[in-house]
Design a protein around this ligand. Structure first.
Ligand code: ADP
Ligand code: MG
Length: 273
């Protein structure tokens, strides 16, 4: 099969990219401890696309938030290019797009994509924003407000915003989770196109095995909470991925294998005991 062992996952290039070492995260809720993430070791090479899948509540978002330096690990280290991820976050080198696209409703699409420049205290690069709006197919909507757009268009806006400052790392937490299957498939194609252009190191959290296989170089499967890495699957398809590939026997076989692996895992009930 396409498994590789998970304890020490080798990086594919000499450049470090992302490096998680012995990462644990425990939350304290009303006097109870909730161990969310338990001993994650993972290297992601520069330019690599990783998909993170696992049952609900297994710590995927927590892991991504630690990569984004929005959360500190209880123990262990999270480094990007050999430096703590907080340093890259401060330098505005991380692009983040989460499921609730968090666009500001009173700003136009243009101004939403321009927001990272304002937050970073940098002059707004209008050419860059126009380039990104063209890249995600929203040039004609730059003056629209978010509520005038479809869910898919809002999600594309949020991805454009994540790319605004030319991040070294792109972190996506179920960005297409709320979309219908056809729109989702279309945006998967768009995301691949964007990723192929710059090969930004990307970590995508997704519930969709199909989406993970279509987009990722490697798929990391996490266990039920506390989240550990159960297996890492090398995706054996070249680039660019095509819809024909998704109809192949190999694609279906890996899809089935991953779906079976996930089916055997408990979903988090929210019970903290
Ligand atoms: P996933 O994204 O895989 O669904 P999460 O990372 O959101 O899982 O959550 C993992 C576990 O950690 C869950 O049990 C969740 O309730 C808990 N958790 C996440 N964030 C917090 C927080 N800020 N405070 C307390 N518990 C949290
Ligand atoms: Mg989540």
């Amino acid at each position: 099969m396409y498994r590789s062992d998970t304890c020490a996952v080798p990086s594919r290039s000499k450049n470090t990219g992302l490096s998680l070492r012995g990462v644990h995260k425990t939350f304290h809720i009303k006097g109870k401890e909730v161990k969310a993430v338990d001993g994650i070791d993972l290297d992601v090479a520069n330019g690599e696309f990783i998909a993170l899948i696992g049952p609900s509540g297994c710590g995927k978002s927590t892991l991504l938030r630690m990569l984004a330096a929005l959360e500190n690990p209880t123990s262990g280290t999270v480094e990007i290019d050999g430096r703590p991820s907080a340093e890259l976050a401060k330098a505005h080198r991380l692009g983040v797009a989460f499921q609730d696209h968090a666009l500001l409703p009173w700003l136009s699409i243009f101004d939403n994509v321009a927001l990272p420049f304002r937050i970073a205290g940098r002059p707004v690069d209008r050419d860059r924003i126009n380039e990104l709006l063209a890249l995600v197919g929203l040039s004609e909507f730059e003056r629209a407000r978010p509520k005038q757009l479809s869910g898919g268009m809002r999600q594309r806006t949020s991805i454009a915003r994540a790319l605004a400052l030319q991040p070294g790392v792109l972190l996506l937490d179920e960005p297409f989770g709320a979309l219908d299957a056809v729109t989702r498939r279309h945006l998967n194609g768009e995301l691949q196109r964007i990723w192929l252009k710059d090969s930004i190191t990307t970590v995508l959290v997704t519930h969709s095995v199909d989406e993970a296989l279509y987009l990722a170089d490697r798929i990391v499967v996490m266990s039920s909470r506390p989240g550990r890495i159960l297996q890492v699957v090398d995706v054996p398809f070249g680039r660019p991925r095509t819809r024909e590939m998704t109809r192949s026997k190999t694609f279906h076989d890996i899809c089935d294998e991953l779906t079976d692996a996930l089916r055997g895992l408990d979903q988090d009930t929210g019970n903290t005991s």
